[in-house]
Design a binder for this molecule. Structure first.
Ligand SMILES: Cc1cc2nc3c(=O)[nH]c(=O)nc-3n(C[C@H](O)[C@H](O)[C@H](O)COP(=O)(O)OP(=O)(O)OC[C@H]3O[C@@H](n4cnc5c(N)ncnc54)[C@H](O)[C@@H]3O)c2cc1C
Length: 511
């Protein structure tokens, strides 16, 4: 079979792969995007059951905002010519958090002043420290912009003079900094609600990573696309093709070809052979190093060590419900319900090591998109994480479906008990996605949904700062949830762009 020649091959059309391919295509490069599944998006997709069109993953987008006040994702989508083709609405409030044991409940709004005022109502005396938290968020945002612009070579004098507080908190965990700024314990528990979005309890989660996420959500509000995340994925895929890029769906990469000078090509599942010196992989390093590159001696030792040292983030579990009553009839008034056994993130995390886990982040989509389901119905989905292999160990071929039913029942019961809202009798459609489902559709290792666990010194900031000095296999870079910005929609899109730009720079050295 004749070899096809490309400037670059992108493996996988998840968020990171799509943006990387689009940036390369827009830069005039001949790019092939090979996706094993028959649809673009990876996790960023939707599916139909009966009369309901479900979102497969997205609860809320971070770092987008609006034209007048926007984040990095808005700038990226705009620059790549897709923002105007997409339709977003704001999520109505930040979150409702419920302790399922004590039933204590807190509802927090978007908007920094609103958030601070509400916290002061719940926790008198918290105003000063919560204000400091958001001031730190603003400084971290500016500092990270400076770091991005300095391409791994920041001037330490500028960092010290312009971003002294950023430097002061850079190496500490969320808990350490909140304690240092004297935030009352209860306010810490409330502000830490989003911890499960990053999948790391706050005693080892990097403050900078967490603070910037909360700051972006609260200051820019969160958004969701009107036609589920598949809208974003399919518009980006079309834009790639409109700019001369090629996409193969249903044809993955089974081997990356490497010689002593680096990448030389790839072989697809169909047997087609691709010649290229540049590959961006949206598939995880675990998959690439374990099965796509046959001769391990050609992989830099540092990379092998890193991927075996890093542990996977939480394994995903989601329950999607189509309810045959309206949210008003049911009394579902909030968009996101964070329901934990404990508002202490370490304790909640420990419960999530177990099969009895029923902590959940539940979204009532109609509270952002009233017409997302037929009149008189509601779409609700709950997501949880297992921070161990407990699910894999519990299943076998004969108990899989029973186990799914048992687990779904437990999560639904917990939702009903925690919120006082009865939903079970109104279920018209139900679908349960387990770690196996995620592994099956996206090839993510063990069904983990947030890339590699980020903790202590192996945090997002450290990964971003050290990436320029990493010894890589020449011609091979990674985009998406397993890459340097770690997981999340905004992070995976932004990492796709960053890696495409690095690849464009690599290409200049080819000549
Ligand atoms: C239930 C759930 C809820 C979530 N909620 C949010 C949220 O509210 N906000 C948020 O920001 N993030 C959320 N996330 C996380 C977010 O979805 C992910 O971080 C992000 O989508 C990961 O994108 P990625 O670029 O890593 O690609 P992935 O989605 O991991 O896609 C990788 C792609 O590569 C393809 N592939 C793999 N191997 C090969 C191969 N050998 N050849 C060809 N193709 C291959 C796969 O088929 C897949 O399409 C959620 C995730 C889940 C599961």
């Amino acid at each position: 079979m004749e070899k096809q020649k490309y400037d670059a091959l992108v493996i996988g059309a998840g968020n990171g792969g799509l943006i990387a391919a689009l940036r390369l295509a827009k830069s005039g490069k001949k790019v092939l995007l090979a996706e094993r599944h028959i649809l673009p998006g990876g996790f960023a997709t939707g599916f139909k059951r009966g009369r309901f069109y479900f979102e497969a993953s997205l609860h809320e987008l971070c770092d987008l905002g609006h034209e007048d006040k926007h984040g990095n994702l808005y700038t990226l989508f705009n620059e790549l010519g897709v923002y105007d083709k997409l339709h977003f609405v704001d999520v109505p409030e930040a979150f409702k958090v419920i302790n399922s044991k004590t039933k204590e409940t807190y509802e927090m709004p978007f908007g920094i002043d609103n958030f601070i005022n509400k916290m002061e109502e719940y926790v008198p005396g918290s105003r000063k420290s919560v204000t400091t938290f958001f001031e730190l968020g603003a400084e971290i945002q500016k500092a990270t912009r400076y770091l991005n612009e300095s391409h791994g070579k920041p001037d330490s004098k500028v960092l010290r003079e312009k971003f002294p507080n950023f430097m002061r908190v850079a190496v500490y965990s969320v808990d350490k900094v909140l304690k240092a700024i004297k935030m009352p314990k209860k306010a810490q528990e409330i502000i830490n609600t989003y911890w499960s979005y990053l999948g790391t309890p706050t005693d080892e989660l990097g403050f900078i990573h967490y603070c910037i996420m909360v700051y972006l959500y609260v200051s820019l509000k969160a958004q969701v696309p009107v036609e589920r995340s598949h809208e974003i994925s399919s518009i980006i895929a079309k834009e790639i093709e409109d700019n001369g890029g090629e996409i193969y769906f249903g044809d993955g990469v089974k081997q990356i070809l490497v010689d002593k000078d680096g990448v030389i090509g790839a072989i697809l599942d169909s047997g087609k052979e691709i010649e290229t010196k540049h590959i961006i992989s949206n598939a995880s390093p675990d998959m690439v190093y374990e099965s796509l590159i046959k001769d391990k001696s050609l992989i830099p030792e540092e990379q092998l060590k890193l991927s075996s040292f890093r542990k996977l983030s939480g394994r995903g579990l989601s329950i999607f419900l189509g309810l045959n009553k309206s949210k008003e009839e049911l009394g579902l008034n909030s968009y996101s319900y964070f329901i934990y056994d404990s508002l202490n993130s370490r304790e909640a995390y420990n419960h999530m090591l177990d099969l009895n886990n029923h902590s959940q982040v539940t979204v009532v989509l109609n509270n952002a998109l009233p017409d997302c389901s037929p009149k008189g119905t509601t779409i609700l989905y709950m997501t949880s994480l297992y921070f161990s292999e407990v699910f894999d160990k519990a299943i076998n071929e004969s108990n899989y479906f029973d186990l799914k039913d048992e687990i779904a029942n437990k999560f639904i019961d917990n939702f009903e008990k925690s919120t006082g809202v009865k939903i079970k009798d109104s279920i018209e459609e139900i679908e349960v996605a387990t770690p196996l489902t995620y592994a099956h559709y996206t090839s993510t290792p063990d069904g983990s949904i947030y890339g590699y666990y980020t903790a202590n010194l192996d945090n997002m900031m450290a990964r971003l700062n050290t990436m320029y000095d990493e010894v890589i296999l020449k011609g091979l870079r990674f985009a998406g949830g397993h890459a340097m910005r770690s997981s999340g929609y905004n992070s995976s899109y932004l990492s796709g762009d960053l890696v495409a730009k690095l690849t464009l720079a690599d290409m200049k050295e080819d000549r």
